[in-house]
Write a protein of this length. Structure first.
Length: 296
């Protein structure tokens, strides 16, 4: 547990200067100006397991809104007693609190928690078998993402079975504007909503602001993506990575998430082949069919 204690000392010490930013964004989000210079870090080959588990618990709290020992232990593949010790550390440092029903909720150290979407675990659980099937049939990495403001959150990432493939991004937080999944979800918004995200004082403060000419071009691209029914990305967010994404809709027709397929940039043309696009649409339809019983 010394390693866990050490990382929380670092995180708590930096809390004030980051002023309510989300932990995963501190660790995983690279400034877009630097994104072309270096790729997003891969998982370390010799990860410190206790630190890795603690950070994954924080990601689950952030994206699911609440956790119970049994479900968290199953997710991590460890004993409930191990999760209990880790959660006690999170509670001590303010990253989690425990309510009267003994469920764990995001603590003050996580700020407001950008997702606050209580249905994300249900969404992931319903989509997971289909995501695994798509990854198996295409050999490429398949992702499930939701949009929160100008960022996307990777709820799940199933690696493909090809030797050269994109590694899992589960738990990552990345810019929506330069990612395929983020673009197809932004394409659902009105121009007024897009202006609030990218041409407001808040956008200036968050370094998301676009100049008028950039914004007009961006909106035009989004409208084209919506007409096509899918969005693409080619090395904008990560060097050497291409992706295609489609929206996932609730029974009301509202886009609640995106399904994306990621591959090395050299295989972009394969992602756009009619067979793969049709297969992705088929899997998307089957996920939406399973989700139709949920009130999302």
């Amino acid at each position: 547990m010394e390693a866990v204690a050490a990382i929380f000392v670092f995180l708590v010490a930096g809390r004030a200067s980051f002023s309510r930013n989300i932990l995963a964004e501190r660790i995983l989000y690279l400034d877009n100006s630097d994104m072309h210079k270096r790729p997003v870090p891969a998982r370390p080959p010799y990860a410190v397991e206790s630190v890795d588990r603690a950070l994954r618990l924080i990601q689950m709290l952030r994206d699911h809104g609440s956790l119970r020992l049994r479900s968290a232990a199953k997710e991590l593949g460890v004993a409930e007693s191990t999760v209990h010790r880790l959660m006690a550390m999170l509670v001590f440092h303010g990253f989690a609190i425990q309510d009267d029903s003994h469920a764990y909720l995001p603590g003050m150290a996580l700020g407001e928690g950008p997702a606050k979407l209580s249905w994300t675990k249900q969404l992931r659980d319903y989509a997971l078998p289909h995501i695994e099937l798509l990854a198996d049939r295409t050999g490429e990495t398949v992702n499930l993402v939701v949009r929160v403001g100008t960022k996307i959150h990777f709820l799940w990432s199933q690696e493909g079975n090809r030797m050269l493939r994109i590694v899992s991004r589960a738990g990552a937080v990345m810019p929506a504007r330069t990612s395929a999944g983020g673009r197809i979800l932004l394409a659902e918004l009105t121009e007024e909503s897009l202006r609030r995200l990218y041409q407001s004082p808040a956008a200036q403060a968050n370094d998301d602001a676009l100049a008028d000419s950039e914004f007009e071009l961006f909106v035009r691209d989004l409208r084209l993506m919506r007409r096509n029914g899918y969005a693409t990305a080619y090395q904008e967010i990560e060097r050497g990575v291409a992706a295609i994404a489609m929206p996932l809709r609730a029974h009301t027709g509202r886009a609640i998430a995106a399904l994306s397929v990621s591959a090395p940039a050299t295989r972009l043309s394969q992602l756009l082949k009619p067979q793969l696009v049709s297969l992705t649409r088929e899997v998307r339809y089957n996920i939406e069919l399973d989700l139709s019983s949920l009130e999302l």
